[in-house]
Design a protein around this ligand. Structure first.
Ligand code: ARG
Length: 455
């Protein structure tokens, strides 16, 4: 491509470090879209003739066909996807191919290709997040009243419902969707026409190419246009946060499926066995989702380090933007799909969860609250009396509802049999009617709110 200035072929090592076709071939479709839009605009602006444009467009279509049926020759000697397409176009249509690169540089070309790819990745992720959210919503609605222990410090804290627990993840994935949508809005400006770095002396119409490629507007500074990779970093940051949420949910599945917890069972379809221990049912998919976040964080870190300290405008360092981004979205796509599969697959062990919901004196706070409400006791004092009741129950080897009335009354005279009504896990969860609380009615309210939001 630059034979005019160069007499000698690149050293093998030069080619080895420079070549990107091995990975940027994934931008082929976006590269063709950019070229279609650019050629049409050049013709409309009178920069190239209709005949040349027609030849270019049909050549690009032929290339799209070759890429689709796997016959396109991806060649390392042409370095990257942009020069591979142009070289092939020349073979297919002859010298007219050389007019396509008028008023364009690989710098704005790769910027637009990559932006299109990241935009599509965000759209795919949003669609996947929606599927996961609907799966969580369906399961949460089914189990709005299914009792389970709520934890802090992974110690039994207060009874909640399985639906309430799942809805917590709906909130997280909702924020993730918001971040992807937000990043998408901000990235939706078209860098094409910034050319190498300074813009073009040709009468190009950047509004036209921006519109043709589905962007809201052209980018406003040519230097920024070719040197900006914020769009990828924002998408990777959103992916990393989403990966953290997936990893936390995966961790819960790993814990819940242990025989010790036994809260949830994954079917054979989402479990694996052991080659030596016949009794095993391992949650490998959950473990791998838990681990994949490492790739996401790694990708985000890689690209932040590539970009920091780069002077304006384009530097070849930026070619290293693609591999981490592709890898991250591949990992995220698989993780979201696997998690959705597991959410739809899992079966909660309702009785076991309900039994666990009452264990560990989980309704102690309800006793303290009852003392405050019924006997007008200051909360600190109620906390003290309740602590003594728990201590007594522990000594007697019973749970709180099993502590005899006389024992309660020995600690506090005013306690009446009515106290037992608040000491069951169902009463405890059912009483948490504050907005966003664990009561089944509140869970159903949030389910309805999310149904509307996701519709
Ligand atoms: N393959 C390059 C990349 O991915 C395309 C841009 C090359 N531009 C340049 N001035 N060498 O970044």
């Amino acid at each position: 491509m630059w034979g005019g200035r160069f007499a000698v072929r690149p050293d093998d090592l030069m080619q080895a470090i420079n070549v990107s076709i091995g990975f940027d071939r994934r931008l082929a479709e976006q590269d063709l879209a950019g070229s279609h839009a650019h050629a049409a605009m050049l013709r409309k602006q009178g920069v190239i003739t209709s005949e040349d444009e027609a030849a270019i467009q049909s050549g690009l279509n032929a290339i799209a066909g070759e890429i689709q049926d796997g016959t396109f020759p991806f060649r390392e000697e042409f370095e990257d996807i942009h020069m591979n397409v142009e070289a092939r176009l020349r073979e297919l249509i002859g010298p007219a191919a050389g007019r396509l690169h008028t008023a364009r540089s690989r710098n704005d070309q790769v910027a637009v290709d990559f932006r299109l790819w990241v935009r599509e990745a965000c759209d795919r992720t949003l669609a996947q997040l929606l599927r996961l959210q609907v799966a969580l919503l369906d399961r949460a609605e089914q189990h709005a009243a299914t009792l389970m222990p709520g934890f802090t410090h992974l110690q039994p804290a207060q009874p909640v419902t399985f639906g309430h627990h799942l809805m917590a993840y709906l909130e997280m994935f909702g924020r993730d969707a918001g971040r992807f949508a937000d990043a998408r809005t901000r990235m939706n400006e078209c860098p094409l026409g910034a050319a190498a770095l300074a813009g073009s002396p040709f009468p190009i119409d950047r509004e036209a190419t921006a519109t043709a490629l589905g962007f809201d507007r052209p980018t406003a500074n040519s230097l920024d246009s070719v040197s900006d990779r914020d769009f990828a970093l924002e998408a990777l940051a959103a992916a990393t946060l989403c990966g953290i949420h997936l990893s936390r949910l995966a961790e819960e599945l790993v814990i819940w499926t242990t025989p010790q917890f036994g809260f949830v069972r994954l079917s054979d379809a989402f479990s694996t066995g052991s080659s030596i221990m016949p009794q095993k049912r391992n949650p490998d998919a959950a473990e791998l989702v838990r681990a994949k976040v490492g790739r996401l964080m790694g990708s985000f870190t890689q690209l932040t380090i590539v970009m920091k300290g780069l002077p304006l405008a384009y530097s070849k360092d930026m070619q290293e933007d693609k591999v981490p981004t592709f890898e991250a979205f591949d990992a995220l796509e698989l993780s979201l799909a696997a998690m959705t599969g597991m959410i739809l697959d899992l079966e909660p062990a309702v009785d076991r969860m309900a039994a666990a919901a009452g264990a560990g004196f989980s309704t102690a706070t309800d006793l303290a609250d009852w003392l405050v409400r019924t006997l007008d006791m200051p909360f600190r004092e109620a906390h003290h009396v309740t602590g003594a009741a728990v201590k007594r129950a522990e000594a007697l080897g019973v749970d709180l509802p099993g502590l005899p009335l006389a024992e309660f009354q020995a600690l506090c005279q005013g306690i009446t049999p009515a106290v037992f009504e608040v000491l069951t896990p169902a009463a405890s969860a059912g009483s948490r009617q504050s907005y966003g609380g664990a009561a089944p009615d509140q869970v159903r309210l949030q389910v309805a709110r999310w149904r509307e939001r996701l519709a």
